[in-house]
Design a protein around this ligand. Structure first.
Ligand code: SF4
Length: 476
């Protein structure tokens, strides 16, 4: 999972790119990169946070009224600058591209690039599959007289061949800004705009918080398979693209997106409150009477507040998180994850001591974090601990760019709910069920494959096996 932004208009875009990426920092902390275009591509990429990679000097070096940016979260492969985005090619003429997601027919497309298009990608980064498929399709056009329709047709041909989850933004040198999503619209991409004294600036971003921070008007989410092309910073073209049934990632609402973001016109925080209210019904049905609700910061906050409101009991801050230690969920190695859990949460003993409490987290992936939290709360004097997960049991890995571990490490793939309760050491354990989500997201079409195994793309089982093999190799 990563964060992407792109801007084009009638003024320089570097400040918006850097601030936009900063607003998406929660989506990836491993690397950051920006490409702008003025006469030539201007590139800066580096490992670490946006504020570490970009310095004041880059404001003047990264010139241009069009540009794209990326924050990276490592799902598989090594975390080195070679894997950072954007990626730039001069084939068939200048293209710079970023994406958020994961290509699932990587092996097939890697071969197809060589045999069908006579292109050999330089790395194992799946963005290259999208970039070179698009570039090869573009090369079939009359390059001296390329039109917006040619560019969008090349994007559509790319969607027809590349499977998986991807939201893409690209700069086409001397032409414009292109954006498209995969046929199911699994990953988010949102269009915004801002009026300036020099004219409109248009933006594309993974989350609306980017536009809130920059003072842009949010226009709308891209639809599944939709293609947008903005030429010369002002003329917007669109095409339906290669479309299938919408399968938007429901985990964006549970964990990944920021609470104040709107996805498909729905506030993420509001959905989390509903998840908490649904959990409250299960606690009531079990006949339990907790004294307080606490959240696992920060993504458990709104589910906890909904749960407390529904039960009519206080919601307190019982765990304090250090903001300067990375998220355990997205650290690639098990040893790093465990060390991070130990350092990042500290209980407030005065709040917890002698209480029967519900502790609410967004999800339980491997169970190691939950077990540690329960132990911390016991040490702090909690009388009884009821653990509540906003997400249903995660029984299948995500093949669309969220690191959900391998099946052997997913605790709910291998243990019953009672066994998980015993493992984490809680007095009771509650999960929302996939059916509860059908109620919470009534009428909205989403992907829930990590809870149900119902993957929206072809050959998913083979892809799961391939990804698991690679991850195990990497973690060894
Ligand atoms: S499998 Fe889960 S995490 Fe992956 S895209 Fe689907 S809902 Fe999101």
């Amino acid at each position: 999972m990563c964060g992407i932004v792109g801007f084009t208009g009638k003024r320089k875009v570097i400040a918006d790119l850097i601030l936009g990426l900063t607003a998406l920092q929660h989506r990836g902390q491993d690397a950051a990169g920006i490409v702008t275009f003025k006469d030539t591509f201007r590139i800066k990429k580096g490992l670490g946070l946006v504020n570490d990679v970009f310095k004041e000097k880059h404001l003047s070096r990264l010139k241009g009224k069009i540009g794209i940016g990326h924050v990276r979260y490592t799902t598989h492969g090594t975390n080195d600058v070679g894997n950072a985005q954007p990626i730039v090619t001069n084939y068939p003429f200048g293209i710079a591209m970023v994406h958020n997601g994961n290509v699932t027919n990587f092996v097939e497309m890697n071969k197809a690039l060589y045999h069908d298009y006579h292109v050999l990608p330089a790395s194992t980064n799946d963005l290259e599959i999208i970039l070179y498929t698009f570039a090869a399709e573009l090369e079939k056009k009359d390059l001296a007289h390329i039109t917006p329709q040619d560019i969008m047709a090349a994007a559509r041909a790319t969607q027809e061949r590349v499977e998986g989850a991807y939201s893409v933004i690209a700069v086409i040198a001397n032409h414009g800004l292109l954006a498209f999503t995969d046929p199911h619209g699994i990953r988010p991409l949102i269009l915004g705009r801002k009026a300036t004294d020099k004219g409109w600036v248009f933006g594309l971003a993974s989350e609306t918080v980017v536009f809130d921070h920059l003072g842009y008007e949010v226009m709308r989410d891209l639809q599944p398979g939709e293609i947008l092309y903005i030429e010369n910073g002002e003329d917007i073209y669109r095409m339906d693209g290669y479309r299938a049934e919408q399968k938007f990632c429901v985990f964006e609402y549970i964990y990944f997106a920021r609470e104040d973001t709107q996805l498909h016109d729905t506030l993420v925080a509001g959905k989390r409150v509903r998840m908490g209210m649904q959990l409250a019904k299960k606690i009531q049905a079990a006949g339990l009477e907790p004294d307080i609700v606490i959240d696992v910061p920060t993504s458990g906050y709104f589910a906890a507040s909904g749960l407390a409101e529904a039960l009519g009991i206080p919601h307190h801050r019982g765990l304090v998180k250090s903001n300067y230690i990375g998220r355990s969920f997205i650290s690639p190695k098990q040893s790093e994850r465990e060390a991070i859990v130990k350092r990042k949460l500290n209980p407030i003993k005065n709040t917890i001591k002698g209480k029967k409490l519900v502790v609410v987290d967004d999800s339980i992936v491997r169970g190691t974090t939950s077990k540690r939290i329960v132990a911390l709360l016991r040490e702090a004097g909690a009388e009884e601990i009821y653990f509540a997960s906003a997400a249903p049991p995660i029984t299948h890995p995500c093949i669309y760019g969220i690191d959900m571990s391998v099946r052997t490490e997913l605790i709910a793939a291998n243990k019953s709910i009672e066994e998980i309760r015993a493992y984490i050491g809680a007095d009771a354990l509650f999960y929302n069920a996939p059916e509860d989500f059908a109620h919470i997201f009534d009428g909205f079409s989403y992907c829930d494959a990590c809870f149900t195994g119902d993957y929206p793309t072809e050959q998913a089982e083979a892809v799961v096996e391939e990804i698991e093999k690679e991850r195990l190799r990497f973690e060894r």
